[in-house]
Design a protein around this ligand. Structure first.
Ligand SMILES: Nc1nc2c(ncn2[C@@H]2O[C@H](COP(=O)(O)OP(=O)(O)O)[C@@H](O)[C@H]2O)c(=O)[nH]1
Ligand SMILES: [Mg+2]
Length: 292
């Protein structure tokens, strides 16, 4: 038996093992020991290889310089940050006690057929409750499940690369509409400025359109500016509403995908025993009876 309330108490005192255990418990569907409270999180998304993890590494350095703590939830299985390699190097470079100021945890979407939404919010709440000042979610911005993950963040940063192909990927995924800030990374490479200009002009029809920044995780260019912008940035209502909508749809889908009778119903539809609308009716009724 996991005593979530006790783990939370220990995690609040700074016990990292208890925090890790509590997050695992939440990831596995355990009930959150917190009844309310909503920690703010920053979603960092974008196509693979554009430098999200490297950029997060630089942001971490800057936050540490400012004396702030950072917790990262990496929902990217290939992420070097979740593998610890990137962070390993980083920890060697920064001052000794900074390890107390950074917490990294990786999450795998494959363990969650309905997506991560059921555990993501409680995890963010717990991290916030335990005093983590900056809570970052890294996710690859391609594919539906990732769009959904990022909808759970309060501020969304889209990272893109200098190649036209990177930008097209982001446009296709629909994530561009959710972005509060767009960062064209690898500004040390040619074409970055051009990519930023082209994205700016593509978005200029919209008055709520996000600002476009240039950065380099290699030279450090633009990192301070991004940190400053993040401190004042407020997501406009229209994008907030879009995210809430996406969260609701995700929650709805996960009810369906995690329904015990899903496979049985699929077989019955396949065999022509019931129609799709009958199946939906049955799931609805099942949920009603199991709640009462
Ligand atoms: N030239 C250049 N390369 C970068 C920059 N940021 C990241 N990279 C490189 O791009 C590759 C992918 O970086 P990574 O952070 O893993 O990207 P992610 O998949 O978006 O998390 C790595 O080889 C990095 O060294 C940058 O600002 N400039
Ligand atoms: Mg990565």
């Amino acid at each position: 038996m996991v005593d979530a309330a006790n783990l939370l108490e220990e995690a609040r005192q700074g016990n990292r093992r208890s925090l890790a255990k509590l997050l695992t418990y939440l990831e596995e569907g355990g009930k959150s020991p917190l009844e309310y409270g909503r920690g703010k999180s920053l979603g960092i998304t974008g196509p693979p290889g554009v430098g999200k993890s490297s950029l997060i590494g630089k942001l971490i350095d800057e936050w540490l310089n400012l004396g702030e703590t950072v917790a990262v939830l990496a929902v990217d299985p290939s992420s070097p940050i979740s593998g610890g390699a990137l962070l390993g190097d980083r920890m060697r470079m920064v001052n000794a006690d900074s390890s107390d100021s950074v917490f990294v945890r990786s999450l795998a979407t494959r363990n969650h057929p309905g997506g991560l939404m059921n555990c993501l919010t409680p995890m963010i709440e717990v991290l916030s409750e335990c005093g983590w000042e900056n809570i970052v979610i890294e996710t690859v911005g391609s594919g539906q499940s990732e769009t959904r993950v990022v909808a759970f963040a309060d501020i969304v940063v889209l990272v893109d690369g200098p190649d036209r192909g990177d930008i097209i990927q982001a446009e296709k995924s629909g994530i561009i509409e959710m972005a509060d800030l767009i960062v064209i990374n690898k500004s040390d490479l040619k074409n970055a400025q051009k990519a930023a200009d082209s994205i700016r002009s593509a978005l200029s029809f919209n008055e709520e359109s996000p600002k476009v920044f240039l950065s380099s995780a290699h030279t450090g260019e633009g990192i301070k500016e991004i940190i400053n912008e993040l401190k004042i940035l407020q997501s406009p209502l229209i994008r907030n509403r879009m995210r809430v909508r996406e969260r609701l749809i995700s929650a709805w889908d996960s009810v369906l995908l995690e329904s015990e009778s899903l496979e049985i119903l699929i077989s019955e539809i396949e065999d022509g025993k019931i129609s799709i609308s009958e199946a939906i009716e049955m799931i609805r009724n099942h949920n009603k009876t199991s709640k009462s």
